[in-house]
Design a protein around this ligand. Structure first.
Ligand code: SF4
Ligand code: SF4
Length: 401
């Protein structure tokens, strides 16, 4: 027997997950661009210039492999941005780049294994030249205030990856993107995103929302430990990414910690995302996500549901990868959790969800908030991830030729 709500025509989106109707042309669809392709080009040209500038900022490459890689990455990113502008769909290309940056990062980082193999016997010697990981930043602040020193075996100033550069980059992300950093900028976030997208229908559908508070527990607990030991303790004992990015542990005798990080990474970035369809590492564990949540209240961009248009189909509630949508009769996006990935905006069948700019009243149809947000987020993505992709491609070309 057909249920009254059952639509006559079924179609599956890429995300699937039981979605039964195609999204209607929504409020964010780029009708303006179909009428005025010149306007679309005008939106693209500044991004082409901006992305070229941020890609070139760390310095020009030396060989042809470097130049070719940089040019290819610039072209692919701008092609993606052009497709976002022309289709009005954000999520597909964002996800492609976001996941691509994370996996490029593994390849790029581990390509140094050969070059630095001799140093792995002495882990601290290797780490003294490390670029600083943005995840450690919250744990440097309190020890720095208490002691007047920054306790991290990395470069303090002078280059891409130094403590001062990363702190500045994080501050800009905090103030302009907030939690959108977790959907556009963080080069670790693509792992659980990739695995959360693999299954069409999640096996586990009910997840207690209280888990969303756990990153705050980790944040405060390890801030206290860092202050007590004057050292970023989290970095040494709990970081799941050590499983992937610090093979030196294999040589340093830290077997227990290596096993712990492997278990955490496999469970949080692979197994749970596969089972739930959610970004479990970022949502239920990452302390930097908790910090970015605080910034989300300051940034001007957010995602909002127009309850007058909402048909309560639950599609956005089911599909949000970070559980940012509160269910019930009236759907609401929690701006401190939302990573502004655009999935709900692209797929809402009644066009009820849109990118918004604070101060612009709901109901006022405008592409401007979306374009402004895309500029901020995409520029950050290219700046944080573009050079990583180019580096990975360059390594590949060098090995091939
Ligand atoms: S906003 Fe309403 S209509 Fe749109 S996907 Fe969410 S529940 Fe469905
Ligand atoms: S609420 Fe929408 S834009 Fe925000 S994280 Fe969820 S799916 Fe992405």
């Amino acid at each position: 027997m057909l249920s009254p709500e059952k639509p006559a025509k079924k179609s599956m989106t890429k995300e699937g997950k039981g979605v039964k109707s195609s999204p209607a042309k929504n409020a964010d669809s780029p009708r303006w661009q179909k009428r005025r392709p010149a306007a679309g080009l005008l939106c693209l040209l500044p991004m082409m210039a901006l992305s070229a500038a941020v890609l070139a900022a760390p310095g020009v490459p030396s060989g042809w492999e470097g130049w070719l890689s940089l040019l290819a990455v610039w072209g692919i990113f701008n092609f993606g941005f052009a497709r976002i502008l022309s289709t009005g769909k954000v999520e597909k290309w964002r996800s492609f780049f976001f996941i691509g940056v994370s996996f490029s990062f593994i390849f790029y980082f581990l390509s140094f294994v050969r070059e630095y193999a001799a140093l792995f016997a002495s882990q601290m010697e290797f780490r003294s030249g490390d670029p600083v990981c943005h995840l450690v930043l919250p744990f440097l602040v309190v020890p720095a205030i208490l002691s007047g020193e920054i306790f991290y075996p990395g470069r303090m100033t002078g280059s891409f990856g130094s403590v001062s550069f990363m702190f500045l980059a994080w501050l800009v992300a905090f103030l302009t993107l907030g939690r959108a950093f977790c959907g556009w900028g963080c080069f670790f976030g693509g792992f659980d995103e990739a695995f959360s997208r693999l299954r069409r229908k999640p096996l586990i559908k009910k997840i207690p929302r209280i888990l969303l508070d756990f990153p705050f527990v980790i944040l405060f607990f390890f801030i206290i430990l860092s202050a007590a030991y004057l050292w970023p303790v989290y970095c040494d004992v709990l970081c799941p990414f050590k499983a992937v990015f610090e093979p030196g542990r294999l040589f340093s005798g830290d077997f227990f910690l290596l096993v712990l990080s492997v278990i955490l990474f496999v469970l949080l970035a692979v197994v749970f995302p596969l089972l739930t369809g959610k970004r479990c590492l970022c949502s239920f564990f990452c302390h930097l996500g908790a910090v970015q949540s605080l910034g989300s209240r300051l940034v001007p961009f957010y995602v909002e549901i127009d309850s007058r248009k909402c048909k309560n189909c639950e599609k956005c509630f089911d599909n949000c990868p970070v559980m940012a949508i509160e269910g019930g009769e009236v759907k609401r996006v929690k701006e401190d959790i939302c990573v502004r990935c655009g999935r709900c905006v692209d797929n809402c069948p009644s066009g009820a969800i849109s990118f918004r700019l604070k101060g612009v009243p709901l109901g006022k149809k405008s592409e401007t908030p979306k374009i402004l947000f895309l500029y901020a987020a995409f520029t950050f993505m290219v700046a944080f991830g573009g050079r990583i992709c180019a580096g990975a491609l360059e390594k590949m070309l060098i090995w091939l030729f």
